[in-house]
Ligand binder design. Structure first.
Ligand code: 5MM
Length: 388
């Protein structure tokens, strides 16, 4: 073969592979930009996330306690109550749905994800399939759901989901957590996060150190630090774009049955110190889970963190509560159509309290009377006080 022909062929091959490379790079840049924009939007405007992604067993358990029927019909009605709450968008940037919920519709046939999207609340989806007993590790769990995740993410994306959530649970106890449990959960969280980003979906990474137990604040601090360090090592190994994710950790707290309970400020200090030591500044936001704290305490502790530290933190400190936003509304509703409006007002109120907490403006008066209405606020909730 003449030499010139070979050169022409190889330069054509080179130019084809160069343009493929630049196509991939452009795609990667667009994907990164979309991830960063969504992650920033989730913590913008001092808003936070509403976690309404309880699996059916968890939702049924909460319904059972209040005598609400544990049926698909009741779960749909409850989720519609949430989706249709007037003014929620003032304080909520995104809502995490569950597989059943993202497929459900309002009475007039509009998918819940679409209703949220139309009012400016970004729809998200829980994609783990639950924390399961971990082999060889009595008392510990590892979260599953990686099999088929790429395909599920593609389906959820078509349904409108722009972010996702995966929760790992770490128990503190005698000799717990084990290294095996921390590393397996951190690894799974990172592989989930990488798959999400490939699909242009922002991963909410939720390693939860549980409150159950007698452990002290100091022990929770030590374990939470160890867990978060491992999580970020794994996220880096899996090439997760830190600017395009949200961290959803526990607050640093003494165990529920620890005899030494501590003040709101002590929780704020321990939590922020823990995060400063472990979470890279590239992460745009940290949205706490409530983990079984009362609604008021969760707001007060988030408020204290923002009062004491907000001006010198690299990331936003926000909320991604389930029980601490929903529980009062659920207790009012109790499955009764007549209570829907009052339950919605309670939900709206909790969301507003947490918006105030992000601004360091939450206090007993806000808790009692409600928080000033934003100038554009479009709600008719009766408990609001005027801006003056
Ligand atoms: C820790 O749970 C998450 C935050 O909720 P809280 O603020 O109530 O602690 C929550 O998003 C949780 O992951 C979902 O409700 C799903 O839980 P299940 O147990 O149903 O998988």
């Amino acid at each position: 073969m003449p030499c010139g022909q070979e050169i022409t062929r190889s330069s054509r091959r080179r130019s084809r592979s160069n343009s493929k490379e630049s196509f991939c790079q452009t795609n990667k840049l667009m994907n990164s930009k979309a991830l960063i924009d969504t992650a920033n939007a989730l913590v913008a405007g001092d808003k936070g996330l509403l976690a309404m992604d309880e699996s059916n067993p968890t939702c049924n358990k909460r319904f059972a306690k209040l005598g609400i029927p544990q049926t698909e019909v009741a779960r749909r009605a409850y989720r519609e109550l949430i989706v249709a709450t007037p003014g929620l968008t003032e304080s909520i940037s995104g809502a995490i749905l569950y597989d059943e919920t993202i497929r459900q519709k309002t009475k007039d046939g509009t998918p819940f994800a679409k209703v949220f999207g139309e009012v400016g609340i970004i729809p998200g989806i829980k994609v783990d399939t639950g924390a399961k007993e971990m082999a060889g590790h009595p008392g510990e769990k590892v979260t599953e759901g990686l099999d088929g995740l790429r395909e599920r993410l593609a389906e959820y994306s078509k349904m409108g989901a722009r972010f996702a959530k995966w929760r790992a649970v770490i128990a503190i106890g005698d000799g717990l957590p084990s290294r095996g449990c921390i590393e397996s959960n951190a690894h799974a969280l990172a592989r989930y996060a990488a798959l999400c980003q490939e699909a242009s979906i922002v991963p909410v990474v939720e390693p939860e150190v549980l409150m159950v137990g007698e452990h002290t604040l100091e022990r929770c601090l030590k374990i939470t630090q160890e867990v978060l360090r491992n999580v970020f090592i794994q996220l880096n190994c899996q090439r997760v774009l830190l600017e395009g994710m949200i961290l959803k950790p526990n607050m640093v707290l003494p165990g529920l049955t620890c005899p030494e309970q501590v003040s709101v400020d002590e929780v704020a200090d321990a939590t922020v110190n823990c995060l400063l030591r472990t979470v890279p500044a590239a992460v745009p936001g940290i949205a706490f889970l409530s983990g079984g704290q009362s609604a008021e305490l969760a707001s007060a502790r988030l408020n204290a963190m923002n009062v004491r530290f907000k001006s010198r933190l690299p990331w936003a400190l926000a909320f991604s509560f389930a029980r601490a936003i929903q529980q009062p509304a659920l207790e009012i509703w109790q499955g009764k159509e007549t209570e829907v409006q009052e339950a919605q007002e309670a939900l709206y109120h909790r969301a507003r309290c947490n918006l105030a907490a992000r601004r360091g403006e939450y206090n007993a008066t806000v808790e009692r009377d409600g928080w000033k209405r934003s100038p554009q606020g479009g709600t008719s909730a009766k408990h609001l006080v005027s801006a003056e």
